[in-house]
Design a protein around this ligand. Structure first.
Ligand SMILES: [Zn+2]
Length: 279
């Protein structure tokens, strides 16, 4: 089963939930990064030159509300070389929450590894797993993934997106949006057109849930490195660099669902290079 990890951000609680994880060849993941470019970052690779890609989501307890940020890869068959079966619902339960307890589901973006547990298949139908939650999606992101047949297929629209709309659980919002008094949306486009991050600010502390603005700690140092999945690479680079600048300047906590679990750390400049420092 996946792991969980609890942190306090002022009065809010941030819980890292692991759905699963995988080892992926670095050369496939960052097609433009040569072996020589990787040389200073051997610490992030295993003996076979693979990165560790966590597949995570976040649970935030804030102001009496239970907020789930992204829903992981889901329970359906996948091509991903998973190290263990996906288990987000069980991890959520271990964190003390049932799916019916979740008040709000927010999405950083609509890639399949962030929307998988939106629904579960029952009797040949996809049933929303979080029946009492508003599901908050950026309008721009929704429109992008529903605008063409190939995008609808890539986002598994019929299985994980359409059922939310059909059940009346979907709220489309534009740009900065207050999820709770302590959790606010921050647009960080590029990985996808409507990609957003979330800022938790409470009691003088701050954390940034960066979504797929970055996938690996190496990108804190090499913010120009783009995975093949970045839709608009120049814009992704700009958003990524600005986000790291802001996290470093504010001394905030960085929270990534794809960095090795639990994906929490600080951003600092050491020896002229920006680095990710896990506690
Ligand atoms: Zn992702």
């Amino acid at each position: 089963m996946g792991r969980l990890h609890r942190t306090k951000i002022g009065d809010a609680e941030l819980i890292a939930l692991q759905d699963s994880w995988a080892r992926v060849p670095a050369a496939n993941f960052f097609p433009d990064a040569t072996p020589a470019a990787w040389e200073p970052y051997r610490e992030f690779l295993d003996a076979e030159g693979r990165i560790t890609l966590n597949l995570g989501a976040w649970l935030v307890r804030s102001g009496g509300r239970l907020v789930l940020v992204d829903t992981g890869l889901g329970g359906r068959p996948t091509q991903m070389p998973l190290a263990e079966p996906t288990s987000l619902p069980a991890v959520l339960e271990a964190a003390g929450a049932k799916p019916a307890d979740v008040n709000v589901v927010v999405f950083t973006h609509l890639h399949f590894d962030h929307t998988g547990w939106n629904t579960v298949d029952e009797g040949g139908r996809a049933r929303p797993l979080f029946p009492n939650a508003r599901h908050v999606v950026q309008r721009r992101e929704w429109e992008y993934w529903t605008a063409a047949d190939d995008r609808r297929a890539a986002s598994r629209h019929d299985a994980v997106l359409a059922p939310l709309a059909q059940a009346g659980l979907l709220d489309l919002v534009d740009g900065e949006h207050a999820v709770t008094r302590e959790v606010v949306t921050l647009p960080t486009p590029g990985h996808t057109p409507g990609h957003v991050s979330f800022v938790i600010a409470s009691g003088g502390e701050r954390a940034y849930l960066i979504g797929d603005a970055a996938h690996q700690p190496v990108q804190v140092s090499e913010s120009d490195w783009c995975p093949g999945a970045d839709v608009d690479k120049p814009l992704a680079r700009t958003s990524r660099a600005a986000l790291f600048d802001r996290i470093e300047r504010e001394g905030a906590l960085l929270a990534s669902g794809h960095f090795p679990f639990p994906g929490l750390g600080r951003v600092a400049t050491e020896g002229g290079r920006r680095v990710f420092r896990a506690p």
